[in-house]
Design a binder for this molecule. Structure first.
Ligand code: ADP
Ligand code: MG
Length: 345
């Protein structure tokens, strides 16, 4: 027998390493997972459908942060658990509360997550790591100035030097400098935390913009871009600059894989029911073998002489940050299909 999705969702829900409680607009308990039963001592059957007020001390209701989230929509983090529900457990927990909103943005319920304090530490470590990355990004940014100066002088020398062997050395230096510059640009793009500013945007406009940007390159090599986008796709909430970067990275990879006169297909479709937009970029290029597929998202992995190996790594990060996913299908000589899925706004 194949168990239903609901069965699996329930299993996962009850076995999450977090306590979860959800109340509806009327303050009744709608979801209460096993983990929270164990932590609080309340059985799920006893609390489901009952007023949340019965679980807490009535006098404390105005101080209860879950009820405040329900009333005001304001969310709280890193609370002591008793500001939501009393726990039996002596282990160290923290509580976060979240407003649950419907499509129109109205608060229809509230949720609290009881998180082991150890997880909080993980979060804090991640924040420290992000800060370190920001400092590194600053430093790398500073490399730009000396690089620009060196590039300038190399160009001057290229004009002055006449003998072939010396020119060859300068060409190598110049190429390597360009490579360094590309590496710095790619690194800076992904390393800037807090760089992401999401607004509602149209995937159609984004894709037509991107297609226009690569058109010149395409026509020089007689590549055909087939753009197939629906009239009215659902809007997405995204940092359009970052997404543009993702699609450019993917399309440039396709261009690199295509022979002259090759074809690129750029399609977009919305799935209202799943609440997603799907962007499919397909090329008829040289494709990838299993080994390349397994490594293509790793930083600095490249099969190209002048590649940085950062394009797909950064693209995946950006798409992950947007709550989406990237899927690759490819065969040597059979072309490559990249599918990007994004949640609708
Ligand atoms: P780069 O383009 O600088 O090499 P990427 O991270 O963009 O770095 O891509 C990593 C590697 O994945 C490429 O070097 C290439 O081998 C492979 N790859 C990515 N996209 C494609 C594609 N559409 N067709 C064939 N190979 C691809
Ligand atoms: Mg690339």
């Amino acid at each position: 027998m194949v168990e239903s999705l609901v069965y699996w969702l329930q299993l996962v829900f009850h076995h999450l390493p977090l306590g979860v409680i959800v109340i509806d607009r009327g303050g009744q308990v709608r979801l209460f997972n096993n983990r929270l039963s164990i932590l609080s001592g309340y059985k799920e059957e006893r609390v489901l459908g009952k007023p949340f007020l019965e679980l807490i001390n009535n006098q404390d209701s105005e101080y209860n942060k879950l009820l405040q989230t329900l009333a005001t929509g304001k969310e709280y983090q890193n609370l002591m658990p008793e500001s939501v529900i009393m726990l039996n457990s002596s282990t160290d927990f923290r509580a976060n509360t979240y407003a649950i909103k419907d499509k129109s943005g109205a608060t229809v319920g509230a949720m609290a997550l009881l998180i082991p304090a150890g997880r909080q530490q993980e979060l804090e470590n991640a924040i420290i790591k992000a800060e370190k990355l920001a400092i590194l990004a600053e430093m790398i940014h500073e490399l730009r100035n000396p690089l620009t100066a060196i590039s300038g002088f190399v160009q001057l020398l290229q004009q002055k030097i006449r003998t072939n062997s010396e020119l060859e050395y300068l060409d190598i230096i110049s190429d390597e400098l360009k490579r360094l510059n590309r590496l710095i640009s790619d690194f800076l793009l992904q390393a800037k935390p807090g760089y992401c500013s999401r607004t509602q945007c149209s995937i159609n406009k984004l894709l037509t913009d991107v297609a226009a940007l690569v058109e010149c390159e395409a026509s020089l090599r007689n590549l055909k871009i087939n753009l197939e986008i629906p009239e009215d796709p659902p809007p997405i909430k995204a940092d359009s600059g970052q997404l543009r970067q993702v699609f450019l990275n993917i399309i440039r990879n396709s261009f690199d894989a295509l022979p002259d006169e090759g074809q690129l297909f750029l399609q977009c479709s919305g799935d209202e029911q799943l609440g997603i937009v799907r962007i499919v970029i397909r090329d008829t290029g040289k494709g990838m073998d299993g080994q390349i597929m397994a490594n293509m998202f790793k930083p600095f992995f490249t099969t190209k002489k002048n590649g940085t190996g950062l394009g797909m790594f950064i693209s995946k990060k950006i798409i992950d940050n947007h709550g989406g996913s990237i899927d690759i299908q490819s065969e040597p000589a059979g072309g490559t299909t990249v599918t990007v899925t994004l949640p609708v706004a």
